[in-house]
Design a protein around this ligand. Sequence first.
Ligand SMILES: Cc1cc2nc3c(=O)[nH]c(=O)nc-3n(C[C@H](O)[C@H](O)[C@H](O)COP(=O)(O)OP(=O)(O)OC[C@H]3O[C@@H](n4cnc5c(N)ncnc54)[C@H](O)[C@@H]3O)c2cc1C
Length: 458
Amino acid sequence: MKTKDIDALKDISGEDNIILSLEERSCYSYDSTRLEYLPDVVVKAKNTGQVSDILKFASQNKIPVTPRGAATGLSGGCLPYRGGILLVMVGMDRVLDINPVDLLIDVESGVITAAVDREAQKYGLFYPPDPGSVKTSTIGGNIAENAGGLRGLKYGVTKDYVNAMEVVLPTGEIVNFGTRTVKGVTGYDLVDLMVGSEGTLGIVTKATLRLLPTPPARASLLALFETMDAAARTVRDIVSGGVITSTLEILDNVTINAIEDYLKIGLDRSIGAMLLIEVDGQQGAVDVEAGIIMEVCKKNNAVSCKMAASEREREELWTARRAALSSLARVRPSTILEDATVPRSRLVEMIEAIGKIAKKHGLTIGTFGHAGDGNIHPTILTDLRDSAEAKKVEDATEDIFKEAVKLGGTLSGEHGIGLTKVKYLNLEIAPESYKLMKKLKDAFDPENILNPGKMFPG
Ligand SMILES: Cc1cc2nc3c(=O)[nH]c(=O)nc-3n(C[C@H](O)[C@H](O)[C@H](O)COP(=O)(O)OP(=O)(O)OC[C@H]3O[C@@H](n4cnc5c(N)ncnc54)[C@H](O)[C@@H]3O)c2cc1C
């Protein structure tokens, strides 16, 4: 970028909010993938007016702008692929208002997801979307990726909890989408268009999110199985048996061992698969549902199925689950995590296929994830510095995506396309739909300055 452009950004944002040194910019050149792209300048967002001025300036001067939340993204979404301005949103982190009658909370987009839930708890409410990164990720990043989480089966994903938002368009215009009402069908649903748009259509500066009353009772269960196959069948049978659990997570033997190596909490290393299950609601319903789940586990030859005896034991189980990715990431120098998702009825086939793909390419794949949503995370443990191994990983990844699509599934359940899946998009998106998506991008961002290279190549 030219010196005069940097000077203009200093005028707009104040010198304190601009980062130029190579060392500091390097700290902003990565996310939670293995990729790295260096921004020309890092700008800290402070308020909507400033974000608007930056985008207006960038549009007029054709400078790329990439919004960044907490950089926990797993598809390269916040990486400044074409350099330019990296706009860091974490400083806009205020909770603005909460209305316990309307069950709504207003926040700035840089607020941490767990902070929204903490605020809601003060009123006996909760914010259901809870990605594994809940303690770090931002609401803006969650909206951009339509983040899911551990409670997706019963409570849905981020898009189910966004009522309204303030957005700065790439041209610098400030617009408001959505309503504060329970219902609202006036015009096109631009809130839903923005959710999952991966920071390519506009920068979300504020959001009005839905909350729910905290269920009075819950029970957590841990079921162990000799095989992943048996665990996957149990997932299917629990749901078809009429129980919609709040959480239904699966972990395979590779993941269990990685977690045990890391946390040393006494997990059974010999076991083939583990299901972590939670039901919530009124106490009577919770008891009945927990009983049904125990029966289904027994029918599917679970080695054991028991309820967490205390809140401490429950917390330990969830800490173990949330540590799955970090634990696997310690095993080899590179970790390639995918989030192919299939209809729940095809989960058993998908899990079988991942086993075959690992064998075919001679790779170690740890699998865990939101089994109740048909959303699993096959995680390839590898060393990408070895070019022969890197080629095997590329081939295995493509096989995983092809299998998911063949089973009626999708390339990404929650992590988005970003940079990492751009080249696979045509496996799922038909040319007519792709053209329409591109027209929408052009309508929002005629100069293609906002997060270029994401979702669309180039
Ligand atoms: C350990 C771990 C566990 C995870 N578990 C889950 C999980 O269970 N479920 C799940 O869905 N994901 C999960 N993720 C992925 C990640 O946390 C989510 O995608 C999250 O939503 C990213 O939020 P972020 O604030 O880190 O965004 P970033 O990574 O900074 O950015 C992600 C995308 O959002 C865009 N963006 C950021 N802020 C804004 C804004 N204000 N306006 C417009 N665009 C913006 C960026 O340009 C980028 O495209 C996990 C990641 C890790 C590391």
